[in-house]
Design a protein around this ligand. Structure first.
Ligand code: PHE
Length: 380
């Protein structure tokens, strides 16, 4: 009887210890990071690449013992390319999943919905790809891993004027998209500085979600531009290119990073030839850090990384590096560590300016025989 009681007592202590240890290991042993991107909706290829890259970075850090002995857990949410949905998922990640930081999202118009939520909750956010200047202006918890559109629009205008020799330009953009509208405005300002007042002969917005651009294009072509600037995302760009060619436009088209999708050529076909766009990186870049990334991403996902994948990986790396240097997971400590970043990531060296934007170069890509061909790099 005595021996039995002793056995039960030991058993109970052992069980108690076991439960106690389990309780300790589940909570604080894990760091929860939010990831956001559009894996469905108007620009779904953007989200697929971004999600792949987030997952790859997290897996690598976990295989390398996580951060300060803690494993990392990624909670990914699809914003569907929609600002209302974006606000919902940012709130869910913060309130329900208790993330310590958010990496995302892709489209400026959706980041503009998520950023105020991060700012007021004191949760640091880094957008991999949102280039509209207003995104980081929301507040000091908001960062990005890419250049901004005043630079991108300037590079596009210089390329059109100097390299393509265009004297007259026209622009067509989604007027319900902060990124597209802003980028066309920056392009126009620089082109007119180079070509003189009136050198942008047509400047036309279209409604979001439309698939018929003939009314705007007819007006644009009547003004006889040498080049057509299209600052939309790839689906619209492909349809605009097709309709512009149908209406007889033979000149070059220029655009921004929103062109970067395998679907541009799939939808646009021959119409997007003689097309050029500014982007964040090229898979043809021979620097070892780029080629290593291209190799391991291609091995894992079966296609070379586009700019979305590269910037998604870089943004996640910047955030994890900041959490590691902070040594703590409260929002302010992570934010302060992020502000002090000076890190070589795949798309370049990242150091933030006072507005939490990195200063980075752009590349120009040409669509040639259905492929993206690297043309040149432009430094800020
Ligand atoms: N820059 C775009 C935006 O701000 C998003 C984007 C980045 C799209 C890179 C494609 C490639 O909305």
């Amino acid at each position: 009887m005595k021996a039995y009681t002793k056995f039960v007592a030991i058993g109970a202590i052992a069980l108690g210890l076991g439960i106690g240890m389990a309780a300790c290991s589940s909570g604080p042993k894990e760091i929860v990071i939010g990831g956001v991107g559009p894996v469905t909706g108007e620009a779904a290829t953007f989200g697929v690449s971004t999600k792949n890259a987030y997952e790859m970075a997290i897996a690598e850090w976990n295989a390398n013992k996580g951060i300060n002995g803690k494993q990392l857990k990624l909670v990914f949410a699809d914003d569907k390319g929609d600002p209302t949905e974006g606000a919902t998922v940012y709130t869910k990640l913060i309130q329900q999943d208790k993330v310590v930081a958010i990496v995302g999202t892709v489209m400026s118009k959706v980041s503009l919905a998520g950023a105020p939520i991060c700012q007021s909750s004191g949760i640091p956010m880094i957008s991999p790809t949102s280039t509209n200047p207003k995104v980081t202006e929301v507040g000091d918890f908001i960062f990005r891993a890419c250049f901004i559109d005043p630079f991108q629009g300037t590079v596009g205008a210089q390329f059109a004027f100097n390299d393509l020799g265009a004297k007259k330009a026209a622009a067509l953009f989604d007027s319900g998209n902060d990124y597209a509208k802003g980028l066309s405005e920056f392009f126009k300002a620089k082109f007119e500085e180079l070509g003189g007042a009136g050198s942008v002969v047509a400047f036309e917005g279209h409604a979001s979600g439309t698939t018929d651009f003939k009314a705007q294009l007819t007006k644009i072509l009547a003004a006889k531009p040498d080049v057509l600037y299209v600052s939309d995302y790839y689906q619209d760009v492909a349809l605009i290119a097709k309709q512009a060619r149908e209406l007889g436009f033979k000149g070059p088209m220029v655009g921004g990073d929103g062109w970067d999708s395998p679907d541009l050529v799939k939808i646009g076909g021959a119409a997007v030839e003689n097309g050029f766009f500014t982007n964040h990186y090229s898979a043809e870049d021979t620097r070892p850090i780029v080629q290593d990334f291209v190799k391991k991403y291609t091995a894992k996902y079966g296609a070379a990384p586009d700019a979305l994948a590269t910037l998604g990986y870089d943004a996640m790396t910047l955030m994890l590096d900041a959490i590691k240097r902070a040594g703590k997971t409260d929002g302010k400590s992570i934010r302060d560590a992020l502000k002090a970043a000076d890190l070589a990531v795949v798309s370049g060296q990242v150091k933030f300016d006072a507005s939490r934007n990195p200063v980075k170069s752009a590349v120009i890509i040409e669509i040639k025989d259905g492929k993206q061909v690297y043309k040149t790099t432009v430094n800020p």
